[in-house]
Each structure stands twice: as structure tokens, then as C-alpha cells.
Design a protein around this ligand. Structure first.
Ligand SMILES: Cc1cc2nc3c(=O)[nH]c(=O)nc-3n(C[C@H](O)[C@H](O)[C@H](O)COP(=O)(O)OP(=O)(O)OC[C@H]3O[C@@H](n4cnc5c(N)ncnc54)[C@H](O)[C@@H]3O)c2cc1C
Length: 374
């Protein structure tokens, strides 16, 4: 399906493309969170007013894939297209393989998110997508701002380059390579992520958690080298590439045009960059509150999660050398389902299970700010 818009770009800052009518809700950005909110609103029938989604480039979503852990009860809402119950983590010396009982690791393509959202929005007479970049806070009863924050405000950055390849025969990989060959690099850590997307497709990503964003060309070369080392080059071709610099914490707050949404609204996890599950559920709650009460409570994370994630970010900054073994030890000691629940940070209890599994020294020293004692 080719993305289409209702309305045209307009030179007026803050314009809605709807002549002079101020909408009831204006969503700035039609990426994952903007479209999640719009499609949740679309399910709620008659709305108190018009909804506008301003997005200059709907196609951008097509170059992304979203992965997450889910339970059977969540499948219908989160809509994974591919999934596996087994994932691995490794360093050069150790490997941990986990098999979930309640949790599977699923993936949904950005194309699928976009097409489903467009179908829902198309059917709703009060919701419109306008092809425009907004340059000032629009006039509306409710404004939601999902513009990505400036990279200068990131505390650490998750930089990755993904290369998706299509094989002429099944590649034979069923496990998710979640964090493999984790190693220290100069300004953080690096690992390889391998994601089977059906029997013929594979996504390979070199990912860095770093203090300054990485050079994508280096990560791209590493993917190519990995593919050449593991597969016969005549058996696959590259079909898609994706790159990202995802925020891992922010050094300062951005100025929002209304309620912040998505990564801007703290819906991606500082320690991991995962955001899909939180964004889908948080936007659904916001949509329901908006229609029921004509007001919303901005999304808030658990304070304990922020605190623990900050500890982890400090460790990456100060002692990246201890991260590979620390992660392996946590994965080795936690049950697969608890590990999955912790990665999705479903409740503060998940954090307690993580601390019980984690090696005591690095986290205690990080707590005391004595990184040299580790
Ligand atoms: C490549 C990639 C892969 C990811 N993979 C995963 C994953 O596997 N699992 C997971 O949980 N999370 C993942 N994430 C993290 C997170 O889920 C995504 O970053 C998610 O897209 C965040 O949603 P968002 O709405 O905040 O931002 P976006 O989806 O980036 O949407 C923001 C939108 O705002 C638009 N915009 C910018 N400026 C303006 C303006 N002035 N006016 C109007 N619109 C504007 C942009 O064009 C964009 O479409 C990934 C992120 C990326 C970038």
C-alpha cells in the first residue's frame, strides 16, 4: 500500500490543512506513537472533534522493524508477524540460551504498523493525516508532540545498522541472537543482533551502546563481514537496511508542543531502547482517557526503573569492560520469563528479580560512585 495523505503541505506554521477549523486533537508526527494514538482513537467511534496527524514522511516507518517480548494474552494487541521462544546472549567466552514458557520474542514490521494504521484512519471520518512538518505549536484543544528529540540531548546513544537479507533457501536459524559477541569498545559496548524474520529472511544488526554516536559505515561493514563469514554469498541478497540513533536517557528536557509522546515522552526504555510495547499500550490508554474525560495524564515511568536504568548507563559510561560479563550473569541466573518481563519492565518486581540475579560488586560500586573498586 502506498501511503497517502488527506490535505497538503502548507506554508503557514502550525497549520492543520483543515482551513480555519482548529482540531480537537493535533498529533505532531505520524511515526509509531502518533499512528498508535490515531489508530486507538479510530477504534473509539464518534469523537468529540476532528483529529489531525501531521507527518512529512509516512514512508519512514517502512524502514523499521519493532521487536518485543509478549505473552499469549498480548498477541492480539501487539500483533507480532514473526516470533520465537528462544534467544541467546554471548560474549567471546560464554553463551546463555533462554527459552521462554510464557513469553515469546516477536517482531512486527513498520510496514505492517503503517498499513494497519492507515486502514483504521481511512475508515474514520474525523481523523486525517496531513503531509506537513509542523514548525510551531498548533492550535487545538489537545496537542501531542512526537517529534524525535535532538541527538545532542541524548545521554548515551544506541547506534545500530541493520542489514536484512533474503535467502534462496531456508537459512535454518530459529533462535533470536539477542546480544551476541558482546564486547567492550572504546566508548561503550558492541554486540550483534540476529533476527530471523521467517525461514528465508534474516536481519543482522551491529549495535553499539555508546557515549558518542557511532559511524554507521563501520557497523554496515561489520554486518557484511558477518554475513560473508556465516553464509555462502551466492545464497542471499540484501533487501533492506535500517539505521538508528536511539536515545538512552536524556541530559536535558526538550520543549514540547503539548503532551510529549513516544520516545520524546519517555516511552522508550533508557537502558535498552525498547519502546514498541510501551508505546502501543500507553497510546491506547491516552486515547481512551481523552475520549472519556477530555483530558489525559501524561505517561510516567516507574521511578525505580529510571533509577536502575541510570545505574546501568553510568556503568556503561564508567566501566564498559564489566558490562559483557554482567549481562551474561544476569541472563544466566534469571529464568527466561523473568528476564523477558524485566526487559519489557512490566512491573517494579521485575527489577527486584534482576538485582537478585546481578553480580553484587558492579552495581554496589556504581551505587557508591566508586567505579574504580569494581
Ligand atoms: C530503526 C529503529 C528500530 C527500532 N526497533 C525497535 C524495536 O525493535 N523494538 C522496540 O521496542 N523499539 C524499537 N525502536 C525504538 C522505538 O520503538 C522507535 O524509536 C519508535 O519509532 C519511537 O516512536 P516515536 O513515535 O517516538 O518516533 P518516530 O516513530 O520516529 O516518529 C516521529 C515522527 O515525527 C515526525 N516528525 C519529525 N519532525 C516533525 C515535525 N516538525 N512535524 C511533524 N512531524 C514531524 C517524523 O517524520 C517521524 O515520523 C526502534 C527505533 C528505530 C529508529
Amino acid at each position: 500500500m502506498i501511503p497517502h495523505y488527506i490535505g497538503d503541505s502548507t506554508p503557514d506554521p502550525g497549520s492543520t490543512g483543515l482551513d480555519n477549523m482548529d482540531p480537537w486533537a493535533h498529533i505532531i508526527g505520524g511515526g509509531l506513537s502518533g499512528l498508535s494514538l490515531a489508530s486507538s482513537l479510530a477504534k473509539l467511534g464518534n469523537l468529540p472533534g476532528q483529529v489531525v496527524v501531521s507527518e512529512p514522511n509516512l514512508d519512514a516507518l517502512v524502514s523499521k522493524t519493532f521487536s518485543f517480548w509478549f505473552t499469549a494474552a498480548e498477541e492480539n494487541f501487539l500483533k507480532p508477524e514473526f516470533s520465537s521462544d528462544t534467544w541467546t546472549l554471548s560474549t567471546n567466552d560464554l553463551q546463555v540460551t533462554q527459552q521462554g514458557s510464557c513469553f515469546r520474542y516477536g517482531t512486527r514490521t513498520g510496514r505492517n504498523v503503517l498499513e494497519a494504521a492507515l486502514r483504521a484512519i481511512d475508515l474514520h471520518p474525523q481523523i486525517r493525516i496531513v503531509k506537513e512538518a509542523v514548525h510551531a505549536q498548533p492550535k487545538a484543544s489537545h496537542c501531542f508532540d512526537s517529534r524525535p528529540c535532538n541527538i545532542d540531548s541524548f545521554e548515551l546513544t544506541q547506534s545500530f545498522f541493520g542489514t536484512e537479507v533474503l535467502f534462496d533457501q531456508p537459512h535454518g536459524i530459529s533462535q533470536i541472537g539477542l546480544m551476541n559477541e558482546i564486547q567492550r569498545i572504546t566508548n561503550g559496548i558492541r554486540f550483534i543482533y540476529t533476527l530471523p524474520m521467517g525461514p528465508h529472511r534474516l536481519l543482522v544488526e551491529h549495535t553499539d551502546f555508546v557515549t558518542t554516536p557511532s559511524d554507521f559505515s563501520i557497523l554496515k561493514d561489520l554486518n557484511e563481514r558477518y554475513l560473508q563469514q556465516h553464509f555462502d554469498a551466492s545464497r542471499f541478497r540484501i533487501t533492506r537496511m535500517e539505521t538508528a540513533n536511539i536515545p538512552m536517557g536524556f541530559t536535558h528536557q526538550s520543549i514540547n508542543w503539548g503532551t510529549p509522546l513516544g520516545a520524546r515522552g519517555g516511552m522508550t526504555r533508557d537502558a535498552t531502547g525498547y519502546g514498541y510495547r510501551t508505546i502501543r499500550y500507553a497510546c491506547d490508554v491516552i486515547a481512551k482517557d481523552l475520549v472519556k474525560y477530555n483530558s489525559i495524564k501524561p505517561y510516567r515511568r516507574f521511578k525505580m526503573t529510571d533509577w536502575a536504568d541510570q545505574l546501568f548507563l553510568n556503568l556503561i559510561k564508567q566501566r564498559p569492560d564489566v558490562i559483557p560479563n554482567t549481562l551474561l550473569q544476569i541472563a544466566n541466573k534469571m529464568s527466561p520469563d523473568r528476564f523477558a518481563a524485566f526487559m519489557m519492565m512490566r512491573s517494579p518486581i521485575d527489577l527486584i528479580h534482576m538485582f537478585r540475579a546481578a553480580p553484587v560488586k558492579p552495581f554496589t560500586c556504581a551505587l557508591l560512585g566508586r567505579y574504580q573498586w569494581i
